[in-house]
Design a protein around this ligand. Structure first.
Ligand SMILES: Nc1ncnc2c1ncn2[C@@H]1O[C@H](COP(=O)(O)OP(=O)(O)OP(=O)(O)O)[C@@H](O)[C@H]1O
Ligand SMILES: [Mg+2]
Length: 246
């Protein structure tokens, strides 16, 4: 199978739910190792686009390719193998409440009937939570929970990481930590990242390219200006002053 091209591609894709066109005629590629920010108002089709890239959903019309394969043509075992090469994180973290951080990170390996305690420990260390491995989600802050979720998403070494509003439930500092982690994931592992968000600041901070969805249509995809990230606050107090000050 040819894998030199983009890590994922949508070709003239439409998704319909009854009379609702969630996506209309969208053509978009995700390059190897790029960070693509996807923005758009509520209902624009952002999560639908991620579900296509996760092979959880198929298009009504058009073609999807992920890691060189058409998910619609794959069978059970092949689909599961493909999905192990795709990591996913969500606004609500989706951790198992009755499992520790370490057990949550190990979960994708358990489902594959494999074990790699050293890799699990390495990833917890990578996300800065080596000392919280035995904590349960309820004992962690939102930012820490999201970092556990990112470690879990990375444990199968995916070439593509999909993030659906990963910072929307987090405060400024935790948001910066999570964004920095997504950026370093690309740098250290070469993982392509698709970051869906309402927050243009987040796209400015880490994305190479931005895609704008409006009512299911891709209106624009363009490189993010490096200067767009220049206005990052350097402390929480500075941020509060910037937003609320005269
Ligand atoms: N399973 C479904 N069944 C019916 N309609 C759906 C389904 N999933 C999404 N839709 C509709 O498709 C459109 C796009 O939804 P989607 O969840 O992709 O938007 P979104 O951009 O992620 O919005 P938000 O920012 O609120 O998360 C919406 O009109 C939504 O109501
Ligand atoms: Mg959504």
């Amino acid at each position: 199978m040819l894998e030199n091209g983009p890590v994922a591609a949508l070709e003239r894709v439409s998704v319909r739910y009854g009379s609702v066109a969630a996506l209309s005629d969208v053509t978009l590629e995700v390059a190897r190792g790029e960070i693509l920010g996807v923005v758009g108002e509520s209902g624009a089709g952002k999560s639908t686009l991620l579900r296509l890239l996760d092979a959880a959903e198929h298009p009504s019309v058009g073609r999807v390719r992920i890691h060189g394969a058409d998910p619609q043509r794959l069978r059970g075992r092949e689909i599961r193998a493909l999905r192990r090469r795709i990591g996913m994180v969500f606004q609500s973290f989706n951790l198992l409440a009755n499992r520790t951080a370490r057990q949550n990170v190990a979960l994708p390996l358990v489902l594959q009937r494999t074990k790699d305690p050293a890799l699990v420990a390495e990833l917890l260390d990578y996300v800065g939570l080596a000392d919280r491995a035995e904590s349960y989600p309820a004992q962690l802050s939102g930012g820490q929970r999201q970092r556990v979720a990112i470690a879990r998403a990375l444990v199968t070494r995916p070439g593509l990481l999909l993030a659906d509003e990963p910072t929307s439930a987090l405060d400024t500092r935790a948001t910066e930590d999570v964004l920095a982690l997504l950026a370093s994931t690309r740098r250290d592992f070469g993982t392509a990242v698709v970051l869906v968000t309402h927050e243009l600041d987040s796209v400015a901070a880490i994305a190479d390219r931005a895609a704008v969805l409006e009512r299911g249509a891709l209106r624009s995809a363009f490189p993010v200006a490096r200067s767009a990230a220049a206005a990052r606050p350097d402390s929480y107090v500075d941020h509060v002053h910037r937003v609320l000050g005269a």
